[in-house]
Structures are given as C-alpha cells and as structure tokens.
Design a protein around this ligand. Sequence first.
Ligand SMILES: Nc1ncnc2c1ncn2[C@@H]1O[C@H](COP(=O)(O)OP(=O)(O)OP(=O)(O)O)[C@@H](O)[C@H]1O
Ligand SMILES: [Mg+2]
Length: 253
Amino acid sequence: MISFRKKVIDTSDVMVDIIKVTKSYPPNVHALIDVSLNVNKGEIIFLTGMSGAGKTTLLRLLSRIERQTKGLVEVGGYDLSKLSRSKMQKLRRKIGTAYQDFKLLPERTVAQNIAITMEVAYKRPILIRKRIKKLLDQLGLQDKYNTPASELSRGEQQRVTIARAVANEPDLILADEPTGNLDHETTGRVMELFKECNKKGATLIIATHDESIYSNTNHRVMELYQGKQMFFDSQSKKRQLPSFVDELSFGDL
Ligand SMILES: Nc1ncnc2c1ncn2[C@@H]1O[C@H](COP(=O)(O)OP(=O)(O)OP(=O)(O)O)[C@@H](O)[C@H]1O
Ligand SMILES: [Mg+2]
C-alpha cells in the first residue's frame, strides 16, 4: 500500500524533485536539457516559455506518461523510475492532471467525465454528485451537468478538464495551459478554484503562456527556453540567460 500523503507530510516538505533531467526524442530532439527543479509541498509554481520550450514534456515526466532520458524525477519522495506499474497507478490517484489536449470522453456527459477520478477512489455516488455540482457552479458550467462532452466549446471542455483534475482533491495538480481558451472572467474563476485547492494543501504546477495569471503573485516562475531552464526569481522577475543555467540550482534561489 502506497502512503503518498503520509510520507510527504511526515518525512519531507518536498513534493517534486527533478535533478538534471534531460528528455530526448530520437533522432535528435532535446525537449528538456539538464533541468532541475524542486517544488515544496503546498507551493504553486508556474512554468512558462515559448511554444515547444518543454513545458508539457516536464509535466508528462511527473505523471510518468513519459520517462526521462537522464536524471532523477521524484514525486512525493518516490523515484518514478523505480516504481512498479501498480504503485505508479496508486500514486497517480494523488495527482490530478489537466491535459493541454483535454482528453475527455466525447460520448460521456460532463458529470461522467468528472466522476471518473472519484469513482476510481471508491467515493459514494451522493458525494460524487455533490462535488461535481459544486465544481460546475464554481466554473460557470452549472447547466452542463448532463451535456455530452462532444457538444462543448473548447473553453467549456477546458473547464471540465480542470474540474476532473481537482475533483478528487489530489495532493499534486498538474495543469497544462489551463486558461488557454478562456476569457478574463472565466480565467479568474479557474484561478480561484486553484487557490482554494492550494489552501486545502494541494501543490500546483501550472504551465502557461498567460502572464496575467502569475505576474501579480509571489509564486515562483520557471521559464524554459528550448528545453533549458532560463530563470526564476519571483521577487525581481530578473531573467538569467540560458548559459548561466548550469551554475544555478533552482532550489537555492
Ligand atoms: N513524442 C514526441 N516526439 C518527438 N518530439 C517531441 C515529442 N513530444 C514533444 N516533442 C518535442 O519536444 C519539444 C517540447 O515540446 P513540449 O510539448 O514539451 O513544448 P511546450 O512548451 O509544451 O509547447 P506548447 O507551448 O506549444 O504547448 C518540442 O520541440 C516538441 O516538438
Ligand atoms: Mg505544451
């Protein structure tokens, strides 16, 4: 039995530890090069960078959808390269992922799509319904409970993806461009929901192009540039050139 929450709380403040990670795709695409990052439990951190910089790749390594070519990836104290398939499955129940390409089941209703993560965790149907209604309300989708996912706009699909990611109150939330298709007001609703999850203890890693969601916060920001980490300094927002990266330890700044 994997005791993710207990181990994280009891033995370490670190939720994610990435050390000198490289991810290459044959023959010669280097999606990530020597990236190091540690994220404390209860932290919100933003991943930014141009299209193709490696943001999605980094998130995919954290849920082991992909495996790194080199380096160490630890989540909740577990070295992902060493976890058996069944332990990884258990760990994934503690990780909520909002994918950039949504991955909703088109023939299923909004409620059924969101319920999936909670059903896997054997939650009671009445609790599942209550939680889904609350999330839809928060995200401005209260009238879409029974709508098939195939009939939703992209912005609506995006919000359902987010609701599904947070529904089971995971310890770690990985959100890939969560506000990419949303207007200002709806973006605000999503960020409020994320803040609420964070207050309850969740750690969030949010990949985004939308500077408005982090520019007025004190959260750390890591920028990727062609697979290398460029900078993070939430106080001065000072940029470091990629050539400096080797001398910087993300966790020390
Ligand atoms: N399965 C794959 N095979 C080969 N190359 C890949 C694969 N997945 C990603 N890449 C490459 O890795 C690099 C990083 O891609 P990634 O999707 O992580 O970028 P991103 O920062 O998320 O971009 P975007 O902002 O457009 O979502 C890109 O050059 C991409 O083409
Ligand atoms: Mg991406």
